[in-house]
Design a binder for this molecule. Structure first.
Ligand SMILES: C[S@@+](CC[C@H](N)C(=O)[O-])C[C@H]1O[C@@H](n2cnc3c(N)ncnc32)[C@H](O)[C@@H]1O
Length: 238
């Protein structure tokens, strides 16, 4: 039995990318329905308004852009990234088939986003950070913070558990399976609790909600501080 430290031992990112290239074929049928509820609840928590610019990181087959675009609000600009080229291609096809033109999908890594500072009102990411090592989560969070406008909102939806000490059924399956199979057979997500890292990444108003659903999940909502508040905090600390 593999002795996985499930909080940090995850498949390497090249393997995750390769696995999601394969998952792109059947993700909508096999995996997406399990994640549907928390994903939408996260979108609701984002409170997206007309005129705003939103970035979906780890877009998969495009479920969230499709949901936003279904509002037919031309004033909402939707951007999305994924490091699996096949996922991006699939999401583009689905969005085009739905007759929506105003979404911009780019193949890119969450740890090095190809956007300027302060570009987005909302950064949303579902079931993506729970695939990364904690070090990579911190890198991604600092990228999310960089591309958010001051006072911008971030919403994360992750596979999770109510208490850190708990070992859920998913983790038991992980333990029983060779680590190299996990991404291909289960997708590679494992339960995480990320509100602490979000605070460490200097987000404010951090709120975590645990959702008991088909996939036990957390929804973490936070804000990037306004600049004068950061300056005030820095002055107080010095
Ligand atoms: C479990 S799927 C979730 C897809 C989508 N967010 C959803 O809820 O349906 C995770 C997605 O994140 C992408 N991903 C994982 N690590 C990534 C990274 N470092 N940068 C960009 N995309 C990543 C994978 O390729 C995959 O498409």
């Amino acid at each position: 039995m593999a002795d996985l430290n499930l909080l940090d031992e995850v498949p390497p990112s090249w393997q995750i990318r390769r696995a999601y290239d394969l998952w792109s074929i059947c993700y909508d049928k096999l995996a997406a329905p399990w994640e549907h509820g928390p994903r939408l609840r996260g979108l609701e928590a984002a409170g997206l308004r007309s005129g705003e610019k939103v970035l979906d990181v780890g877009v998969g087959t495009g479920a969230i852009p499709l949901r936003i675009l279904a509002r037919r609000d031309q004033e909402i600009r939707v951007f999305a990234v994924d490091f699996s080229l096949r996922m991006v291609a699939k999401a583009r096809r689905r969005i085009a088939a739905a007759g929506c033109a105003n979404a911009h999908l780019v193949a890119a890594d969450a740890r090095a986003l190809p956007f300027p500072e302060r570009a987005f009102d909302v950064v949303y990411s579902a079931y993506t950070l729970d695939l990364m090592t904690m070090k990579d989560v911190s890198l991604a969070l600092s990228e999310f913070r960089r591309v958010l406008k001051p006072d911008g909102r971030m919403v994360l939806v992750n596979m999770s558990k109510k208490h850190p000490g708990q070992i859920g059924w998913f983790e038991w399956i992980y333990r029983a399976m060779p680590a190299s199979w996990v991404a291909y057979l289960l997708g590679g997500c494992r339960p995480v609790i990320l509100d602490g890292l979000v605070r460490q990444a200097r987000f404010i108003n951090v709120h975590r909600e645990f959702v008991r659903d088909m996939i036990p999940s957390e929804i973490v909502v936070a804000r990037k501080p306004r600049e004068n508040r950061v300056r005030e905090q820095t002055l107080c600390q010095s």
